[in-house]
Design a protein around this ligand. Structure first.
Ligand SMILES: Nc1ncnc2c1ncn2[C@@H]1O[C@H](COP(=O)(O)OP(=O)(O)O)[C@@H](O)[C@H]1O
Ligand SMILES: [Mg+2]
Length: 267
């Protein structure tokens, strides 16, 4: 079956569309006219050398930075200048390149907070400790239970998050994002800092997320993961899209090899 096609050969709907996206930081153009779209149900990967603009694209999609130019459309609606909280409410969740968990709280409490973002009046509500209804509280705890199981953290539920292995903390941060019930999950180097043996755990989790019907956009640095997991790959270099295609197509592309290894390697 070709990428992006459903059972009957029809195209699956576009979930996210990015058009001519640009971001300047002072004199530096970190993202330079990037176009791409992500289809519902796929694992889409963004790869490229360090500093090529991958994380910045996530920051633009999720409203952490305003774009200098371009449009971001999610489920047919423009979300270009929404604040992070409003983007999360639309159904886009993310993880960060450096794992962010509440390291002094338990695994379970971290997951409860994740779901509150969804059911409550946003981050301010959480920070101000505003009252929740009992139903909301129960929904948060039920969701946390579900995510514990889904991420394989049931046995770690009462552990302090900061004491988990790097790999388990990565699963927890993915779980926190999943607790918001996203339609699109953005993962920024989910295998970063994780030793080789434990990567397969994370790969299996990402495959389960896809099976569950959540669309995944994955920034990946490890070539093995970037080539095995995604349906389609976008390759960036110096803020520009250099190519896009199946993992096999991009891995054989001379421009991609040059971007990674420098000219002269791709004879
Ligand atoms: N907040 C910021 N302020 C200034 N420059 C930034 C900021 N964020 C990223 N950059 C710059 O933008 C470029 C792209 O960075 P980034 O998106 O983090 O790259 P990647 O994730 O592909 O490694 C880099 O040159 C980086 O230094
Ligand atoms: Mg990055």
């Amino acid at each position: 079956m070709a990428e992006g096609f459903g059972k009957g050969g029809e195209m699956t709907p576009v979930l996210l569309e990015v058009r001519e996206l640009c971001k300047d930081f002072g004199g530096l153009r970190a993202v330079d006219g990037v176009d791409f779209h992500i289809r519902q149900g796929e694992i889409f990967s963004i790869i490229g050398p360090n500093g090529s603009g991958k994380t910045t694209i996530f920051n633009l999609i999720t409203g952490f930075h305003p774009p200098t130019g371009g449009k971001i459309i999610f489920r047919g609606e423009e979300i270009t200048n929404l604040k992070p909280f409003a983007v999360a409410r639309q159904g886009i969740a993310r993880t960060f390149q450096l794992t962010v968990v509440f390291s002094r709280d338990t695994v379970f409490d971290n997951l409860v907070v994740g779901h509150r973002l969804r059911v409550q009046a946003g981050l301010w509500g959480i920070l101000l400790g505003s009252r929740r209804t009992r139903e909301e509280e129960r929904a948060c705890r039920d969701k946390a239970e579900e995510i514990l199981e889904f991420t394989g953290l049931t046995r770690d539920r009462n552990k302090i998050a900061g004491t988990l292995t790097q790999e388990a903390q990565k699963r927890l941060s993915i779980g926190m994002a999943l607790a918001t019930d996203p339609q699109l999950l953005l993962l920024d180097e989910p295998t970063g800092g994780v030793n080789f043996k434990e990567i397969s755990n994370l790969v299996a989790l990402i495959e389960r997320i896809k099976k569950k019907g959540v669309t995944v956009c994955l920034i990946e640095h490890k070539m093995k993961v970037a080539m095995e997991l995604p349906d389609r790959v976008l390759v960036l270099n110096y803020g520009r899209k250099i190519t896009e295609g199946s993992p096999r197509e991009v891995s054989q592309d001379r421009r991609v090899i040059e971007a990674y290894l420098g000219k002269g390697h791709a004879a």
